[in-house]
Design a protein around this ligand. Sequence first.
Ligand code: PLP
Length: 406
Amino acid sequence: MFDLEKIRQDFPVLGERVYGRKLAYLDNAATTQKPLAVIDKEREIYEKCNSNIHRGVHKLSNLCTEMYESARERVRSFVKAKSASEIIFTSGTTASVNLVAYSFSEKYLKPGDEILVSESEHHSNLVPWQQICFRKGAKIRMLPFDEEGCLRIDLLDELLNERTKLLAVAQVSNVLGTVNPLDTIVKIAHRHGVPVFVDGAQGVQHADIDLVASDFDFYAFSGHKIYGPTGIGVLYGKERLLEELPPWQYGGDMVSSVSFAETRFAELPLKFEAGTANYVGATALGEALDYLDKLGRDKIHAREMELNDYAFTALSKVPGIRIFGTAKDKTGIASFLLDGVHPADAGEILDKMGIAVRVGQLCAEPVMRHYGINGLVRASWVFYNTYSEIDALIEGLDKVRKMVLD
Ligand code: PLP
């Protein structure tokens, strides 16, 4: 069964006090807390075997290389990719998007081509595509969302055409919490012969992922949002596509032979991993994935759905609240405004009560523009959060209203 008290002990930060009050950490969409298994693994590596990978002949180097490559296999099995060659370690989702944006545009993007990006993307899955379009004389087009925060997939057939080279879309919006209907989106895009880049930064930690069945062409996520360390992330690409793309960074470890006349690049996946890799982060990420599998991903999902019901029911009763993103299929993300209250004021008052939320534009200015607002408050919860933390948020909002409006 789901022993919440025991689970919370695995995450030391959750027991902290801030300003003398119990911490209610409700900023999980920004980053998740780390279980001891992850923290201990990093410490263990630095204490027992730290050594640079892939190039050493000595015992420690071989150990770290083995750990790094097992982590790659661990990620492969977690996302059910066909081959470990399709798993590239990066520093995070942003780096993964930039890698594909740069490399893909070098190979395929010509003046007049188009890239279609959804309106609800995090800047990380928008700005890289926009900038390569500017550089190549291509055009970035927008797939809009409706008032509930659902993508207008009814417009997809119209927006995709023979000039479209790629569609970039998030699995889950970091503002609206909407779980996008990727099955349908991918099918439509593929019918037009357009590959799909899926930003899984807010999705991978909440749902089982099967990259073979889902048929995404590219998929990216960040370790720190799935209970792993910062500075490590993943890019998945179908092998055939990755084979065709040129490297985007050059240096050690991504080459097979170098002379002043020419350089031959290493095979996948190393072709895309220039320089010393984050072998410690990758290995600790593997621990995070093990941790989730041990807890049981279906149990995690069920628990998060219970919290969703509880939290959204409670939030909807807060006087003067407007919730942005009311799709049926949502993760534990509530972005909202309180009538007459600036989000920054709300964030600051909640903080003093020990409640950690996010405020501002949430790295998604086009979403703010859609609604004609300057910012939001975002509370985001995951399986380790409690009903009493949600209650604390509701009480906190009551206090915010009293302090600002009375
Ligand atoms: N995409 C989405 C949907 C996000 O929520 C985030 C981070 O909040 C990112 C991309 C960027 O992730 P990172 O900063 O780990 O690269």
